[in-house]
Design a protein around this ligand. Structure first.
Ligand code: ADP
Ligand code: GN1
Ligand code: MG
Length: 365
């Protein structure tokens, strides 16, 4: 607490810091809430950014600053509240957007948005609809953002890059775990060509690159108490990427009837009603600007990102758990198996997913 108080004193906070408490279950960063004593003063979110993953925190924070400033202008133009409908980065005393402590760790602060609700799961199609609308609106507000962002996570949702990492980890087998997951490795290899064929459409520009969020789990959206989307948060991964990656990642998270790391695979499947709800909300904001190929590949993108996530969890397991925080030795393997179960459920329902996208697109015309 004393150390955290010392760190918070490096930022331009208003009010007296009363408490600093850990928050959330992120796999990458450490997040804390800073409460201030005076009720009229704001509270804050303090985060230690994972410098092994985000190797250029200053550039990441500069990306976030540019994007949030753009979003705020859009919110103001629409008559909304820029302090609640977009994140506000709080600079350090020296004006930088981060503080680097004596041990070389990077810290950043943003305004805590009060009176919000967040969800770990999308339990109803109505909630999924709101989430889809939220990400759709986020993409739409950024569709005229033209400043180049620094690519702080090269190859993040690029499956060709992921295969390169995968091949290297498998060749090294650093934790001696490869032989025990031969079946799981087969899941990845048997779909390699299918995934690369899709990625070629991004490489040849048929599917365009836009400014997108890249981590669209439902807990990265704050809702108001009436159930409407208020603000998209967790902007570390805002990058030039494809809209499909946002849509696909949301479908991976929203439609899962089980947990991302469910031990009981019977719990895990894809819920088509949730898929429809999110798709409807998403298209209500994006049907106007997405091109035909993006629309054609929406359903595929759910499989693509779920597949990528199986690969990333399994690769981290084989690598000896260096990327994701784990709660046990087999945690990454459990995650990979649960995500694979979800992938097979999507594959089994793929024709229905495609039909739903078609129906919902037709409704927008
Ligand atoms: P992580 O990288 O660990 O996922 P997030 O930025 O998503 O970190 O924050 C974790 C949780 O903290 C969110 O799911 C949300 O509940 C809460 N949170 C984050 N930022 C804010 C904010 N600005 N205002 C209110 N709550 C927030
Ligand atoms: C990580 O930090 P968090 O939990 O929002 C990861 C995502 C994965 C996700 C899996 C920078 O997100 O890409 O999809 O875990 N973020 C990064 O739940 O790798
Ligand atoms: Mg998050």
């Amino acid at each position: 607490m004393e150390k955290l108080k010392g760190i918070s004193s490096r930022f331009q906070l208003q009010g007296t810091v009363e408490s600093i408490k850990p928050l959330g279950e992120g796999f990458i960063n450490d997040t804390f809430t800073i409460r201030t004593t005076e009720p009229e003063m704001p509270d804050y979110i303090l985060q230690r950014k994972n410098k092994n993953i985000f190797t250029n925190v200053p550039a990441m924070m500069e990306n976030i600053r540019q994007v949030t400033e753009h979003l705020k202008k859009k919110v103001v133009a629409a008559g909304g509240d820029p302090m609640r409908e977009a994140l506000t980065v709080i600079p350090a005393a020296d004006g930088k957007l981060y503080h680097r402590d004596e041990s070389g760790e990077y810290w950043a602060v943003c305004l805590f948005i009060k009176d919000t609700v967040d969800y770990q799961k999308a339990d109803t199609p109505e909630l999924a609809y709101q989430g889809g609308k939220g990400i759709g609106k986020f993409q739409s507000m950024l569709s005229d953002f033209t400043e180049p962002l620094t690519d702080i996570l090269p190859g993040f949702h690029n499956i060709r890059f992921r295969f390169k990492q995968w091949d290297e980890v498998l060749a090294k087998d650093p934790a001696g775990r490869k032989a025990s997951v031969a079946e799981e490795i087969g899941w990845i290899e048997s779909r390699r060509e299918e995934m690369l064929r899709f990625w070629e459409l991004v490489e040849n520009g048929t599917i365009p690159t836009r400014v997108t969020h890249n981590d669209t789990k439902i807990n990265n959206i704050l809702f108001d108490k009436q159930g409407n989307v208020l603000c998209v948060i967790d902007l570390d991964t805002v990058l030039s990427s494809t809209c499909l990656n946002d849509y696909g990642d949301a479908m991976r998270s929203y439609t899962n009837t089980g947990l991302e790391d469910d031990e009981n695979l019977d719990n895990v499947s894809m819920n088509l009603a949730i898929f429809r709800g999110y798709t409807q909300g998403y298209l209500s904001e994006t049907a106007q600007f997405l091109n035909e190929k993006e629309i054609e590949y929406l359903a595929f993108s759910a499989k693509y990102i779920t597949y990528e996530q199986v690969l990333r969890f399994l690769m981290d397991y084989i690598d000896g758990d260096h990327y994701y925080k784990v709660k046990s030795e087999r945690h990454n393997l459990t995650r990979a198996r649960a995500q694979y179960k979800l992938l097979t459920s999507m594959e089994a329902q793929y024709e229905q997913m495609r039909a739903i996208v078609k129906e919902e697109v037709a409704k927008q015309k």
